[in-house]
Design a binder for this molecule. Sequence first.
Ligand code: NAD
Ligand code: UDP
Length: 313
Amino acid sequence: MSALVRNLVTGGAGFLGSHLVDRLMQGGEEVICLDNYFTGRKSNVMNWISNPRFELIRHDVTEPIQLEVDRIWHLACPASPLSYQYNPIKTSKTSFLGTYNMLGLARRVKARFLMASTSEIYGNPEVHPQPESYKGCVNTIGVRSCYDEGKRIAETLCFDYYRMHELDIRVARIFNTYGPRMVENDGRVVSNFVVQALKNKPLTLYGNGNQTRSFCYVDDLVEGLIRLMNSNCLGPINLGNPMEFTIRELAELVRKKINPNLDITTHQLPQDDPVQRQPVIDLAKKELNWEPKISLENGLTKTIKYFQETIKL
Ligand code: NAD
Ligand code: UDP
């Protein structure tokens, strides 16, 4: 039997998951990366393939699976509006059945279970900024509901497994995170703007651009997830960068960094697009001694470099 910590990362071939896999592998642990490659890519974890501590499994979390692990990092779920709205029924299934199956596995093998929840559970918030105690304002029947309500029921399942079966859970509410390995065309705003600017195309601003988001660089976020897993805090706990920007400010910043002459074109705001989003991270500061260190300016520089090196211009 191995004395190393055995990790299962669901959604491990995706954007956040693959950065988490990197950190766990660099820490000398064992990692099983499980993914159905809906939005993830083998290439994200390719550099670990021949390492004996690493294993890659193609599997869909809506089906049960038996594995022997100590820690489950449950990230499997499409995260960009474009990908989770592609097949919304499947997104709901992944959120509910996927989380249910992975919680069942954690219960059987007595693994600690961390769930990647989201700021989307706050919906279009009437409380600003958002502390964990805010219950949210979510449309149950809109185009974003498959994801928002899916994550809400996933949180509920985690806490019922905790209450009924004393499962060792951790719930992270992740706010908008960006960085290298975002998919070039998955529609999220940072990758959209950076790729558009690098291709000398106008930046597509939805609505008037006054809606806000708070952008966290991926390395900061992964550090927060690791601290949460190692802590005694169940959550839910906000993990995100509290610096708030309007989407127009983001467009201006990308333009300044890549090409100040680019046009900005305006387009219809998608349905139920939240007006504002900013985390209160007092709990993470207190419980995890964690706060983001990388500014949007510096994180964008790294992200721009990644896309310059990887996309066809
Ligand atoms: P991503 O789309 O890059 O990663 C999701 C991964 O899960 C992909 O590799 C995908 O192929 C896999 N997957 C999807 N459905 C699956 C299924 N049924 N079975 C197995 N694998 C499946 O997105 P991401 O940004 O890396 O997000 C990872 C997690 O973090 C998601 O749960 C997401 O909801 C959460 N999250 C992300 C953000 C963010 O800003 N990036 C914010 C809040 C929450
Ligand atoms: N957005 C935009 N142009 C784009 C893509 C997105 O103006 O090309 C806006 C979108 O309407 C939203 C914000 O940027 O207000 C963040 O969008 P994203 O899809 O990245 O994340 P989410 O809405 O899930 O927070």
